[in-house]
Design a protein around this ligand. Structure first.
Ligand code: NCC
Length: 276
């Protein structure tokens, strides 16, 4: 295979990955029961057209970065899972427009998820690993984590907060493109929340700055900026094909290597600014 140019790669992502949320017309969610739980408005209607966006990885290298004000200067900010802002504003900012959570967090730590005020800000999006290119029906019967109950409980407690379920098709469309553009064989596990979040923001925004997904000079074995836990796998990947995700993002970066080195910052165009 020939190595695609950055522009070709962007076009492949734009046209090959369909970022969508589960909607009340998607069978088997097209029941009166599910209609009560799913948000009425689409994600697009809820956020409107976004200009400059930031995606904040949870990496330990955000520690002492003092990137907070720069991150908050964006129109919208996406964060992951239980990544806190309280007490860490200097390094990661305080704005949260979207929080992308995995289904493991919501089920294994269900009580915390239902109680912790951290989750009550902004728009929530949940995703769950689906079998390779499975139909929604198959996934619905056998989700990786049975998060539907937690989702419904949360919706009842916070009916005003937009909370979407990511259509699981996206993860394997994205995985296929990562595999196609890598020289090695990749384990067939879905991409990390990080790359899913980047693609979500590229769909919604004019431009996307991603922080500490590609590590800066502050790179460390500390897993998260908010925990004292060391594990290289957090940055390199174990279950998720994280290293391959990062290589792909590096190839479509429109920013400078200097920005990666000093800020851990990558700048990507929104898909509406990609012309194929
Ligand atoms: O750690 P996690 O990821 O929540 O991090 C969010 C995203 O930030 C990027 N990251 C994180 C740490 C690091 N040192 N370098 C990074 O680049 C990654 O892109 C990552 O996706 C996940 O992807 O959902 C993940 O979730 C955790 C965990 O489930 C949640 O934090 C909830 O507790 C997973 N950890 C475990 O299962 C132990 C992690 O593998 C993936």
């Amino acid at each position: 295979t020939v190595k695609l140019s950055p522009e070709q790669l962007l076009c492949q992502l734009r046209d090959g990955v369909n970022v969508s949320m589960i909607h009340g017309s998607d069978s088997p969610f097209n029941t009166s029961e599910w209609l009560r739980y799913l948000p009425e408005k689409s994600l697009n209607e809820t956020v409107g057209r976004l200009g400059h966006c930031a995606v904040v990885s949870s990496a330990g290298s955000l520690k002492s970065s003092r990137l907070g004000p720069e991150i908050d200067s964006h129109d919208a900010v996406l964060r992951f899972n239980g990544a806190p802002v309280k007490g860490f504003q200097e390094d990661v900012g305080q704005k949260t427009t979207i929080r992308l959570v995995n289904s493991q967090l919501v089920t294994v730590e269900q009580q915390q998820f239902l109680r912790d005020a951290l989750y009550n800000t902004g728009i929530l999006i949940i995703w769950d690993p689906a079998p390779y290119h499975a139909e929604i029906h198959e996934w619905y019967r056998k989700p990786d984590y049975k998060f539907f109950e937690a989702y419904k409980l949360y919706r009842v407690r916070h009916p005003e907060q937009p909370f979407y379920i990511l259509n699981p098709k996206m993860q394997w469309q994205l995985w296929d493109i990562i595999q196609e553009n890598s020289l090695e064989h990749i384990q067939p596990n879905p991409p990390s929340s990080g790359t899913l979040g980047i693609l979500i923001m590229m769909t919604l925004c004019d431009e996307v700055d991603v922080y500490e997904f590609l590590p800066s000079k502050r790179q460390t074995d500390i897993c998260h900026y908010y925990q004292k836990f060391h594990d290289r796998a957090c940055t390199m990947g174990a279950y998720h094909p994280l290293l391959f995700e990062k290589n792909l993002v590096k190839r479509i970066n429109r920013g400078t290597d200097e920005d990666i080195y000093t800020h851990g910052k990558v700048t990507l165009p929104g898909f509406r600014n990609v012309h194929c």
